[in-house]
Write a protein that binds this ligand. Structure first.
Ligand SMILES: *Cc1c(COP(=O)(O)O)cnc(C)c1O
Length: 397
């Protein structure tokens, strides 16, 4: 294969989107697709949200970027709103999820090392986790497919089984700095941790003076029906990584922390050239404005429950293809009996429906958080037509 101008790390589809229209995408050939992938849980407000577009346009005209050497009224405003909405006392802005997790890892290590506990650097992480593609974030996952070709990994991560509290407890040692966990695993297969697991990690962290670090890059910002998914469990983390939906499609992430957890993150310890630039801050504020004005959390809860119930009722018709519906809010997974990529391609190419494959034979269903009943109807029509003419023989091969 000849090298391509775009480094060929993604096996890209023949579908080439060129325009977005609310919950639909339009291809180069003019064909419309129902977008229940939303840029992988990013386009929380859909594709052509007037408030978001307007905020980006006017901020771009006013001031796009200055350095973090200067005071930032724009950053202070968005940080204060996130502090008001969450457990956090302080925020570091990034441009992506992996950078938010990087900052979270550094914050957890610095919590211990700032007071001289230099040997406390290990984070206990969980099998099938996904934390991003930088060296630290691939090292934080046990998934061999992300390691191959990139060794040596960064030391300081211990992997244990997800949702196994006893295994997490047993892994605590003199080097342990904390836990890093997705409360609802996304890429790993849309698996929500049990109450007992997530609450148990909180108790273990309190007992041993460890940092509970949540990766809510995918599960956060309304995706699961609460502003952050940890609210479902009645616990708060010490540190949280957020991105994806928070910019509504504009690259934006953040590391949130309590005052106590951030004690090591003092002047000169961390930085980013672009992180927190005024343009990204305007996008983040526009997303929060829409959450308040359109009561998006209520919409996620209502439409998520409806969509899950409709799918549950439907999948019994095809027990040879569908196993179960899982997930929370509008972070849903449809588990298949077979590897899901063939069915995801069939949905897209033959039925104009965009979804994302995940681990554990799961099709991820992560639509914009602003879907209406008409989009659920359209989704079910397309899904049932697709199930009716899908060849299992081809998929199993
Ligand atoms: C997508 C994702 C990341 C990485 O985000 P990028 O913006 O691609 O760096 C990290 N953690 C989780 C849980 C994710 O879903």
């Amino acid at each position: 294969m000849p090298i391509t101008p775009l480094m060929p790390v993604y096996p890209r589809t023949a579908f080439r989107p060129v325009r977005g229209d609310h919950c639909h995408l339009i291809g180069e050939d003019g064909r419309r697709y129902l977008d229940f992938a939303a840029g992988i849980a990013v386009n929380s407000l859909g594709h052509s949200h007037k408030g978001l577009i307007g905020a980006i346009q006017s901020q771009a005209a006013e001031l796009m970027h200055v350095s973090n050497l200067y005071g930032s009224p724009q950053g202070e405003r968005l940080a204060q709103r996130l502090v008001d909405l969450t457990f956090a006392d302080t925020v570091f802005f990034t441009n992506s999820g992996a950078e938010a997790v990087e900052c979270a890892i550094k914050t957890a290590r610095a919590y211990h090392q700032h007071v001289g506990n230099d040997d406390k650097y290990e984070l206990i992480t969980f099998n099938n986790a996904f934390h991003g593609r930088t060296m630290a974030t691939i090292s934080a996952s046990n998934q061999e497919k992300m390691h191959k070709g990139f060794k040596p990994l960064l030391p300081g991560f211990a992997y244990v089984e997800f949702d196994d509290l006893a295994a997490a407890r047993a892994a605590i040692g003199p080097r342990t700095a904390g836990f890093l966990v997705e409360p609802v695993q996304g890429e790993g297969g849309v698996r929500a941790g049990s109450d007992q697991f997530i609450q148990g990690l909180r108790e273990l962290a309190d007992e041993h003076d460890l940092m509970l670090v949540l990766d809510e890059v995918q599960s956060g910002v309304g995706r699961c029906g609460t502003f952050y998914a940890h609210e479902h469990y009645g616990i708060a983390p010490d540190i949280l990584a957020t991105a994806k939906g928070i910019g509504g499609g504009f690259p934006l992430g953040a590391c949130l922390a309590t005052e106590k957890a951030a004690r090591g993150m003092i002047a000169g310890t961390h930085g980013s050239t672009y992180g927190g630039n005024p343009l990204a801050m305007a996008a983040g504020e526009a997303v929060l404005d829409a959450f308040a004005a359109e009561d998006i959390l209520a919409n996620v809860r209502e439409k998520g429950a409806k969509l899950a119930a409709r799918m549950e009722q439907f999948i019994g018709n095809y027990p040879e293809l569908f196993v179960e519906v899982r997930g929370r809010g509008l972070m849903l997974g449809l588990k298949l009996t077979v590897e899901p990529r063939g069915f995801v391609a069939h949905l897209r190419d033959n039925h104009g429906l965009l979804t994302v494959s995940a681990g554990d034979n799961v099709v991820r269903i992560v639509p914009p958080l602003v879907i209406g009943d008409e989009h659920i109807d359209e989704f079910m029509d397309r899904l049932s037509a697709a199930a009716a003419n899908f060849s299992l023989e081809g998929a199993a091969a």
